[in-house]
Ligand binder design. Structure first.
Ligand code: SAM
Length: 278
């Protein structure tokens, strides 16, 4: 018998993936967690029925959410990741020589444990207890209320704006992010699909640009996510992504998607997305 897993991406659209088997399934205080092995995407993490990451294409998301902001900032030393329980983002962050401390605040310890066991390629920095890593299991929204003037770069690697991730897409959260950043700091957040989350993107662009003088959206092509094209939004106090020093990016950087050309060009937007963020 064939086994299929379907993520319902909108009321009328689903992505069905044929699976070999379920490796893990559990229920934490916050969400339902599953890891399945699939034919096309390899092993995948699923939270509350939503595909989070897969062995097949995780490199695109994790490289793009980490390296783009870390090369816009000229000297990121103190970096925070909110969410990112699978460990892929922190794996990319610790590659940066300038980074001295990479903090991670993830609400769900069960996601971290399942990822360490079933997705070791993604969670390698968590498994190895990388010396730069400071992992805290806790609510990123609460953490942001408690810190001030601390980080060079904050990376919000969150799930969808439902469940525990809902408050990570609000103006009051962005106010606290602004407060937690140093005077020249910047942050990035994964901001969903330009096809299916237009209202959300409009609202958060308005909120972020009311607080940060520089707000820029960039894109990456990610097969697992709705529509295959994914948005990331940067809010920056000082550094303009358009003026990033490309020469600082090593030509032989250890990545599969990200490179100098991508850093320069990922901010180029199709006209319908330009309108969305105007
Ligand atoms: N790449 C993914 C995507 O776009 O679907 C995101 C992956 S990562 C697994 C998302 C993480 O955010 C989850 O592990 C979830 O537990 C965590 N998260 C959700 N709300 C949170 C909060 N308020 N504080 C900290 N972490 C949170």
């Amino acid at each position: 018998m064939e086994l299929w897993y379907t993520e319902y991406q909108t009321k009328n659209l689903g992505l069905a993936v044929r699976i070999k088997k379920t490796l893990y399934s559990g229920h934490s205080e916050f969400q339902e967690i599953a890891v399945v092995d699939s034919y096309e995407f390899g092993r995948m993490l699923i939270l509350d029925g939503v595909f989070q990451t897969s062995i097949f294409d995780e490199f695109i998301y994790h490289e793009m959410i980490a390296h783009v902001p870390l090369f816009v900032h000229p000297n990121p030393r103190n970096v925070l990741v909110i969410g990112g329980g699978d460990g892929g983002t922190i794996r990319e962050v610790v590659k940066h020589h300038t980074v001295e401390v990479a903090e991670m605040v993830e609400i769900d310890g069960q996601v971290v444990e399942a990822s360490k066991k079933y997705l070791p390629e993604i969670s390698s920095a968590l498994n190895e207890h990388h010396p730069k890593l400071r992992l805290k299991i806790g609510d990123g929204i609460k953490h942001m209320q408690e810190v001030e003037n601390k980080y060079d770069v904050i990376i919000v690697d969150c799930s969808d704006p439902i469940g525990p991730g809902e408050g990570l897409f609000t103006r009051s959260f962005y106010e606290n992010v602004h407060k937690a950043l140093k005077p020249d700091g910047l942050f990035v957040q994964q901001t969903e699909s330009p096809f299916y989350h237009q209202e959300l993107i409009r609202r958060l662009t308005r909120d972020i640009s009311s607080l940060f003088p520089i707000t820029r959206l960039y894109l990456a092509s990610i097969p697992l996510y709705p529509g295959g094209l994914h948005c990331f939004t940067i809010g920056s106090k000082q550094y303009d992504p358009a003026k990033a020093d490309i020469a600082r990016i090593p030509e032989n950087i250890n990545t599969r998607y990200y490179n100098r050309e991508i850093q320069k060009n990922c901010f180029a937007l199709p006209s319908f997305i330009q309108k969305l963020v105007k």
